[in-house]
Design a protein around this ligand. Sequence first.
Ligand code: MG
Ligand code: MG
Length: 259
Amino acid sequence: MARPKTEEEIALMRENAILVSRTLAEVGKAVAPGVSTAKLNKVAEDFIRDNGAIPSFLGFEGFPAAICASVNDVVVHGFPSDYILKEGDIVTADIGTLYKGYNGDSAYTFPVGEVDAKTRKLLDVTKASLYKGIEAAVAGNRTGDIGYAVQSYVESFGFSVVRELEGHGIGREMHEAPGVPNYGRRGHGPRLIDGMTICIEPMVNAGSRSVYLDRNGWAVHTADRSNSAHYELTVVVRNGKAELLSTFDFIEKDGKINF
Ligand code: MG
Ligand code: MG
């Protein structure tokens, strides 16, 4: 079971989470038709290093890049590449940083130019499901309460939740206990304790929930080639209401970046 963090640790993790959030926003500014996912990786890696942190995904179990860049039917763990984004694509940037001994980890699915209505809905529902999960991330609840909140919301729109991957505790390690599934039953799973730091990260498919592993051993694709979205935030479990550490405000507020 994950050890709840001290307020000193949480303060360091908050700094790191803000850096990840700002990095996501830098990537978001670069997303456009005609841009390669390798370019997004470079934007992120430069920004992370310029701010005194380390891109923690690079070299993690052999992962070859600073960020995961997952396009369209790729659910997670896409390799940045010379693939050129085109109008109507979606691309998820999943970013991890190591800073002062602690990990940060957040993800956002960006539309590339205009996307079709169903895809726009997929993005909106997936992001909203993350906030539903966060509402359930309060002390005394269990991980199954988070999973139930995400799953029931997503499925009410006819989309499906990927079950092979899940959220997680975070701290000195990128992935700590408990696992935080995006499906489940209320009242089941490990109990949430005040001061636990966890990443909640729904992965949602427009079609069936079935996925397969790319032959590169990393990228996870939807089996039916439907689009998949993924949003991730780091939160502190608190009594009454979770506290956000990372935020999408740098991406979304007033359409501009606020530092
Ligand atoms: Mg992540
Ligand atoms: Mg994560």
